[in-house]
Design a protein around this ligand. Structure first.
Ligand SMILES: NC(=O)c1ccc[n+]([C@@H]2O[C@H](COP(=O)([O-])OP(=O)(O)OC[C@H]3O[C@@H](n4cnc5c(N)ncnc54)[C@H](O)[C@@H]3O)[C@@H](O)[C@H]2O)c1
Ligand SMILES: O=P(O)(O)OC[C@@H](O)[C@@H](O)[C@H](O)[C@H](O)CO
Length: 483
């Protein structure tokens, strides 16, 4: 028996007021869960129409299940260990822009539409100069959105009361502002009328937002057992932790239209989300990203194993408290509490968070999540933070694509993968060649936005660690850095 509305007695249908770009695990375990709760507890009465941003995706499965799926939330809630599950019922339908473009544009014609939510990964909010208004669909997410908004503008003759509220969730700084800037650029490129741009400015509200919840996603290893217990088949089960925080930066009145706090949800409406963003990206994501190459090469597979391992766990603890926190300007007490809480979340016994799932796009993640701490440490202390530098060396070793005899399934930008393939492919076992690899990688300004060889002492420090990792193995190498 498949999960669908006929077997879910409480099924309710809501008017479509929210368009959501992305059907991934995170949005379903975070945003849709919140909307579902708001519908059920405070009569928010809003349905979500989900748009699949890429050619491949899950909207077919979503539609086959009438938008329903089961969410498991496991972890600590109010000091108690809790594992609970519920059926999420706020998704009205899914639309694939690649097969149903007309249906997609029609969403814009709905006068009740009010919110645009997205999570298209860090790669999603990007300008693509090849996108055209006539494309069906445009390649990029902003391209698709610009076409939809223009259609709405035309449909309602520029009516200023038909604007929308945008709350993007992509983990990039000032996500809403960036999205708006790309939409305006596309409007220029497509030579759309000036009044459309005025409508974008006057009638629409672009919030910036920061999200936080660990969502390992589909519980592959135990799905059979889960479905047996549930008594139905569900292809879209998703698993997340109990903890959740959504910080929304925008005009104060947005809170009245999106009253998540009234449903007891941890949603903060703030004037400036910068401190929250820096704290989360540099500590939580920074620890994840700096830990992955070290822990994985060390032979570990999950976040929990890594923070509980006596050696890697100590490495992580020292990296966060001695090298990341000292580079931040927030209150020390708050930072330390946040870091302890994050490490507790990483120890969540219910969550099997694979290091390899975090490893996706590790090069650009290192640049945004770890490098700022490394550089700021050097700036403040005059010396290099050895654990973060070691992590960079381990990252270069990780991209060799081998853990002993096992292949590592690297997932990154094709250019990055090709560069590493070429570099490691010609490795002759000499130390001189390792120096060459480090210099070449550190000079990649496309990734680092600067030539890292110009940071005093960095090239030699990374090379020193890479040589030990290569010659003596990661276990001997990590011991050297921990002295
Ligand atoms: N999983 C987590 O724990 C978690 C927590 C907080 C934030 N996030 C953020 O959410 C993002 C998505 O995570 P997820 O777990 O839902 O992943 P997922 O793989 O389940 O979903 C990815 C979604 O992004 C879309 N997408 C991917 N590349 C795109 C592109 N170039 N253009 C447009 N759309 C694109 C896909 O179509 C899909 O809808 C991550 O990049 C991360 O920054 C994840
Ligand atoms: O989702 P990614 O791939 O951008 O990053 C991996 C993790 O660091 C991330 O998913 C965190 O678990 C999340 O940001 C917690 O809110």
């Amino acid at each position: 028996m498949k999960l669908e509305k006929s077997i879910y007695k409480e099924y309710k249908s809501y008017p479509e007021k929210i368009i959501q770009f992305g059907e991934g695990n995170f949005l379903r375990a975070f945003v849709d869960w919140k909307i579902d709760k708001m519908n059920k507890e405070i009569g928010f009465n809003s349905g979500v129409v989900v748009v699949q941003p890429l050619d491949n995706g899950l909207v077919n499965k979503l539609n086959q299940q009438d938008g329903l799926y089961t969410l498991y939330l496991n972890g600590i809630k109010n000091g108690e260990v809790v594992t609970e599950h519920s059926i999420i019922n706020c998704i009205a339908r899914g639309v694939n822009t690649y097969t149903d473009y007309d249906e997609y544009l029609k969403i814009a014609e709905n006068p009740e539409l009010r919110f645009v939510i997205s999570n298209t990964t860090e790669a999603g909010i990007a300008y693509n100069e090849e996108d055209k208004l006539e494309d069906r669909p445009q390649m990029s997410f902003p391209g698709k959105l610009a076409a939809l908004l223009y259609h709405r503008y035309k449909t309602f003759n520029g009516d200023r009361s038909k604007g929308l509220i945008f709350i993007p969730c992509e983990l990039i700084d000032k996500n809403g502002e960036n999205l708006k800037a790309i939409l305006l650029k596309l409007a220029d490129q497509w030579k759309l009328e000036e009044d459309f741009k005025a409508w974008l400015h006057e009638a629409n509200t672009f919030c910036n937002s920061l999200v936080d919840r660990i969502v390992p996603g589909y519980p592959k290893g135990k799905i059979q057992k889960i479905c047996q217990e549930l008594g139905y088949e569900d292809d879209l089960v998703v698993e997340g932790e109990q903890f959740h925080l959504w910080v929304i930066e925008g005009p104060a009145w947005v809170k009245d239209e999106f009253p998540a706090h009234k449903a007891g949800l941890n949603v903060l409406f703030v004037e400036d989300m910068t401190p929250y963003r820096i704290r989360k990206v540099r500590i939580l994501n920074g620890v994840h990203t700096s830990m992955v190459p070290v822990a994985y090469l060390y032979g570990l597979n999950t976040v929990r194993e890594s923070v509980e391992d006596p050696v890697v766990g100590k490495f992580v603890l020292e990296a966060v408290f001695q090298e990341i926190i000292p580079t931040l300007d927030l209150s020390m007490e708050e930072l330390e509490k946040f870091a302890h809480d994050v490490l507790d979340r990483f120890r969540n016994p219910f969550i099997k968070h694979e290091l390899m799932s975090i490893a996706l796009n590790s090069m650009s993640k290192f640049e945004t999540r770890v490098l700022p701490s490394l550089l700021e440490y050097k700036n403040r202390r005059g010396s290099l933070p050895k654990r973060l530098v070691f992590s960079l060396a381990a990252l270069i070793a990780f991209y060799k694509g081998k853990r002993n005899n096992e292949n590592i399934h690297l997932a990154d930008d094709l250019e990055v993968l090709n560069q590493y393939k070429e570099l490691w492919g010609d490795y002759d076992g000499s130390e001189d060649y390792l120096v060459y690899i480090v210099k070449t990688i550190l000079s990649n300004e496309k990734i680092w936005k600067m030539n890292l060889n110009e940071v005093e002492g960095l090239t030699s420090a990374v090379t020193k660690y890479l040589i030990v990792i290569e010659k003596e193995g990661i276990k001997a190498a990590i011991e050297k850095v921990m002295i």
